[in-house]
Design a protein around this ligand. Structure first.
Ligand SMILES: *[C@@H]1O[C@H](CO)[C@@H](O)[C@H](O)[C@H]1NC(C)=O
Ligand SMILES: *[C@@H]1O[C@H](CO)[C@@H](O)[C@H](O)[C@H]1NC(C)=O
Length: 317
């Protein structure tokens, strides 16, 4: 169990020394868990898992440069300057329906190799189970929505059998330091998983900072966090010049949730149909009511046990 850290009194930037043992929960003034610093699992071999994942990503980076798959926008983008590979199911940026993030065959081959790496698979599962444990209602909402998508579009690939997240970004390094950004395409009422790895002194750099929440967080190699990446600007502090860092994130695009809500249609096409405006309004509910519903998806610290039982059912031991 983690301890709640009330956000109310936080007016200055704090450096929290956390992550090493039990998870820490970041809660709002009402005790709602809005971010989870999962830290590392207690597995004895975790250092090896992280090092092995790092090898897989380094190999992918070298292969990518060798076959010339990285274009300028893959190595210099709004998140920073390092090689990136994105994969999975998404929806947005002009797509007409949910689809596999399309990539060239050379690139896809590199991505497929990454996806086969069992160590990265364990990292993925750790983030997903963290979501089930500390944001069980949200996890249930993801499960229901995304199962509907995968059932409705049977051709879509599922990245990891042990993770609820439909998409992943591999930040290959060699020195991943994310510039401040918010991931506006991600589900606004959701959490995304972040993981940090590599050889760097986490007391001297590679911190995760959450701007609006006013937290700077030690983020050592092997640790994971779940953060509301769509509405909190976040980034990393620089690492030293002789160090290296990679990262791995998992997320779900907001468009996927709207697609299911509007009955596997885009709001735009629904609005254009006869009676569409009324339908959209009925799906959206009373003005102002959605806010309450969204807040209700985040568990309060004292209701976690109850929420786990309801949302996870027999999966909860
Ligand atoms: C691969 O897919 C991502 C996500 O859609 C895109 O940003 C990137 O440009 C694609 N790369 C290639 C080579 O098509
Ligand atoms: C992970 O990837 C690396 C590099 O490709 C490989 O050497 C290693 O065997 C993989 N590990 C697992 C557990 O799949």
């Amino acid at each position: 169990m983690g301890w709640p850290v009330s956000l109310q009194p936080i007016l200055v930037v704090y450096v929290l020394t956390i992550f090493h043992s039990s998870p820490k929960l970041i809660v709002d003034v009402d005790g709602r868990i809005i971010a989870i610093l999962l830290g590392r699992p207690e597995d004895d071999d975790w250092d090896e898992v992280v090092a092995d994942a790092g090898c897989a990503l380094e190999r992918a980076r070298c292969a990518g440069h060798r076959v010339g798959t990285f274009r300028a926008k893959d190595t210099e983008h709004r998140r920073g300057r390092f090689a990136v590979l994105t994969t999975g199911v998404s929806f947005g940026g002009g797509q007409q329906c949910p689809g596999n993030l399309v990539n060239g065959s050379k690139r896809q081959k590199i991505i497929d190799q990454i996806l086969q790496n069992k160590s990265l698979c364990r990292l993925a599962g750790f983030q997903s189970s963290g979501m089930a444990r500390y944001a069980p209602k949200l996890w249930r909402y993801y499960v229901d929505t995304l199962s509907a998508i995968f059932e409705h579009h049977p051709g879509l690939p599922h990245l990891y059998s042990n993770s609820i997240f439909p998409a992943a970004t591999f930040n290959l390094g060699p020195a991943v330091v994310a510039d401040e950004h918010a991931d506006i395409g991600n589900c606004v009422r959701g959490l995304c998983g972040l993981m940090s790895g590599g050889k760097f002194d986490h007391k001297n750099g590679g911190h995760l900072y959450l701007k609006q929440v006013k937290l700077v967080i030690d983020f050592p190699s092997g640790a994971s966090a779940l953060i509301p990446s769509a509405f909190v600007d976040h980034g990393n502090t620089p690492i030293q010049s002789d160090e290296n860092r990679f990262s791995f994130t998992q997320y779900a695009a907001g468009g996927l949730f709207r697609w299911v809500k509007y009955g596997f249609r885009m709001a735009k096409s629904l609005l254009a149909s006869v009676g569409g405006a009324e339908l959209v309004a009925s799906f959206d509910g009373q003005p102002g009511s959605r806010w309450e519903w969204v807040m209700g998806l985040f568990s309060k610290h004292e209701e976690l046990e109850k929420d786990r039982q309801t949302a996870l059912g027999s999966l909860y031991i």
